[in-house]
Design a protein around this ligand. Structure first.
Ligand SMILES: [Fe+2]
Ligand SMILES: [Fe+2]
Length: 155
């Protein structure tokens, strides 16, 4: 088995955010399994987008992707996936379909970044670039304790 590449300190905050993105996908799956009303899931997704997804995408686009450059094929793929995901998060019609697509595609997007894109970044990033990333992006502290509707735990 291939040994996993150790994540550089500067990228760890983004990896922690990925963990919460994967949890969002899990919560959606649980909600669907439990036949939770779509509107309840949609409200949580909207809240998650504003608080966590938007700032995360922005940080990647501003500080991480430029390490490889926007012409890079992996970066192009990531940017296209960001566009598609933003569209899905903001889709107000056929919400059921959009939520399903988010669950699948956000999961795939995060796995692509963790397994391929971030490893490639680590191959080329210079100490100066790492220092800049560390200076500009601290981890977005995640908590949904204040979100009262934990539909993924409901019966
Ligand atoms: Fe991303
Ligand atoms: Fe990401």
């Amino acid at each position: 088995m291939k040994k996993p590449i150790k994540r550089h300190e500067a990228l760890k905050p983004l990896s922690r955010e990925h963990h919460h993105g994967l949890l969002l996908c899990w919560k959606i799956r649980e909600g669907v399994k439990r036949n939770v009303e779509m509107q309840r899931i949609k409200e949580y997704i909207d809240w998650f987008e504003t608080k966590y997804l938007d700032p995360h995408f922005e940080a990647e686009e501003q500080y991480i992707f430029p390490v490889l450059g926007n012409e890079n094929a992996l970066v192009q793929r990531a940017l296209a996936e960001h566009r598609r995901l933003r569209r899905l998060f903001n889709q107000e019609e056929e919400v059921f379909k959009a939520i399903h697509a988010i669950e699948e595609e956000l999961d795939l997007h995060i796995r692509f970044e963790e397994r391929i894109l971030f490893n490639k970044i680590q191959e080329v990033a210079t100490p100066k670039e790492y220092a800049e990333i560390e200076e500009r992006h601290q981890s977005i502290k995640f908590s949904d304790d204040d979100w009262k509707d934990h539909f993924w735990n409901s019966n």
